[in-house]
Every structure is written in C-alpha cells, then in structure tokens.
Design a protein around this ligand. Sequence first.
Ligand code: V47
Length: 375
Amino acid sequence: MIATEVKTRFAEIQEKVLTGQRLTKDDGLVLFDPRTPLAEVGRLANLVRERLHGNVAYYNINTHLNPTNVCVYRCRFCAFRADLRDPKGYAMSDEQILARGREAVDNGCTEMHIVGGLHHKKPYEWYRGILSQLSEAYPTIHLKAWTPVEINWFEFLTKKSTREILEDLREAGLGSLPGGGAEIFHPEIRDQICEHKANAHQWLEVHRTAHQLGLRSNCTMLYGHLENAYHRIDHLMRLRDLQDETGGFQTFIPLAFHPDNTKLDHITKPSGLVDLRVLAVSRLMLDNVQHVKAYWIMLGIETAQLALSYGADDIDGTVRHELIYHDAGATTPEMLSVQRIRELIVEAGRDPVERDTLYHRIERDPHDLTKWSIK
Ligand code: V47
C-alpha cells in the first residue's frame, strides 16, 4: 500500500468508527501501519473510550500472589520461572500465603491476583487449597486466579474436565480468571515462544467454559517480541469472536514484552509509541469488550497516564508483590499509594473511580482504607 492509499483507507475507517460500524482485519492492519499517524489513531480510540466511559478512569486496590515460580514449562519470554532445583526456585507455605491475605486486608485490598508456575511436585489440592484457605480466612477479598495454562495443568493432574475443575475451584473461592497466558495465539509465533503450554484453542475453550458457568474473565496479548501486525490482529479477532459468543470478558490488557533475563533478551523492548498504538488499535478492534487497561507496572507511569487518552479507561491497581515484570527488568515502583494513583489519573485529566474486580464502584473512608463498601 502506498502512503496516499493509507490516507484514504484511514478516512474510511474513521467514518466507520464515527457511525459505529465494526472494523475488519484489513482495517486493523491499516491502523497498525506506522504511516497512519498515531495521533489520529489515538483520537479515534479516545472517542470510543469516551463514548463508553465518559471521563472516568478506573483503578483498584489490589495485590499479587505468585505461590511458586517453579514451572515445568520453559516459555522463552519468561524471566520469572525456575527449574525444580534452581536456587531461585520457591514455593510458599500455607503460613506465608495466609500472611499475604492478612496484609491485603490490612491494606484495604479488594482483589488478590494469583498466578504462578506449574510446580513439578505440587498436587492439584495444593493449588485448590490456596483458594480455599484464603477465601475462608479473608472472604472480602476477590480471588482472581489461575489462567488456562494452570487450568489445563489441573486437568492433566486430575483427569477431570475443564468444567469440573472450574466448578470445583469456584466452590473453593475462585472469583474470576485473570487474562494471562494468552501471549500470541497464532501458531507461527506461539510455537516459537511457548510451544508446550495451552494452545490458542485450549486457552479460548477455558474462557468459554468459565463464561458459560457465569465467571467473568480478562484477556491479554503479549506484544513486542517475534510477532508482526498480522499476528496481533489475528489475536484480537479471536478474542472478539469469543466475546461475541459469550460476552464474558470484562477487560483487555495489552502486555508489552520485557526482555531482561529471558531467552529473548536480544530483542529491544517496544517503544512508548508502539505501546500507545497497540492500546489504541485494541480499543478500536475490540468493540465488544467494555474495558481496556493500561497496566502501569508494564507501561511505566508516564505512558500509562498518556494511555488514558489513547483508549484506556483503567490503570490497574495500587499493586503489591508484582514479580513477573520486575524479574524481566521493569523499573516501575513495586507499588503505588492510593493517593498517588489518584493524582496520576487527575493529572491525566480524568476522574478517578475506585472499582472492585467486577467493576462495582467502591466507597472508601479516605482516613481508614480498611473501611470500604460497594456503592
Ligand atoms: O501471561 C510474562 C506476561 C502475563 C513477561 O487480568 C510477560 O487483570 C512481558 O496476565 N515481559 C501475566 N510480559 C500478567 C497478566 C496480567 C497482568 C495484569 C493484569 C491482568 C489482569 C493480567 O505476563 C503472562 C505473560 O503474557 N509476561 N513474562 C515478560 N518478560
């Protein structure tokens, strides 16, 4: 395509967005073309974002729990994992896990995001027990836990179906599924970065089943490694198709690849402009997903603030104990205070609104963070 053609095609896409028509794969490729001015793509994405959410930008008070980093898989993009006998390998005890629950409650968290490695020696009951112990001791915390990669592993361990596992985990306290493990669905790329773990079909099938059971979930895309625009659009289309069927995805989170300490450390981390373009294109293509998150841990604070005008309506949370990105070279702080996250949103010209995992608005005593209720 020559530059004038790109311009004409963008005018057509703009017309579609203004009149609420769905964009095609080819439209997505035009939006990813660097000759389509980023500012224009961002303006369109912002229009859609404001149509859906006005001036609101959501955040939550949350914490992460990675019960083990020992993992049978060796995904090439992962800096967090360890071998069974690796000195950096760990598996948390029940006491350590419960202490994290206590800390979360004491700091007013509404959500705990739980993911980790597939430990060679831990039975399914260990993973289930993490949920049941936490939910019994701290029932106010929503447990957003385990990706399809773990769910598939549990199926392998127990010989039970996806549905049986999800039902059982829900009984143990599972509140929703996070968006991880999606990476890039297209086998041309997936087979190079994580050939052994759940494939695209399996990832989508676990979310389909979760949605059928009434569980909500998030979805992600890991970009900035070996993929190109075609693979990104293919990925977004597969998510959009499932969402048409089930409506169960709440939030899409684009995840920029961080290369440090990974098998792909020769790759340069995506630039801020690429981050903003992926966010904006995702907002435009995923017309049936309500929220797009600018995960500040991964983007950096400055880009996350800008992202609130490029399609994102959510900035994730205050966050504690994040390891996956920090092990891969993220230089963002380990956490932000509630006051700071609100200031960052206000500086970006948006109205901060605290939400819980399921996007209920939260009312909180600013002088005592442990006093909160759903509005
Ligand atoms: O699945 C792993 C990615 C994901 C690296 O649901 C990496 O609200 C970049 O899914 N560089 C886990 N990315 C994180 C995740 C997530 C994050 C925030 C919010 C939510 C949500 C979900 O992180 C993995 C993988 O795609 N990842 N290693 C790396 N070196």
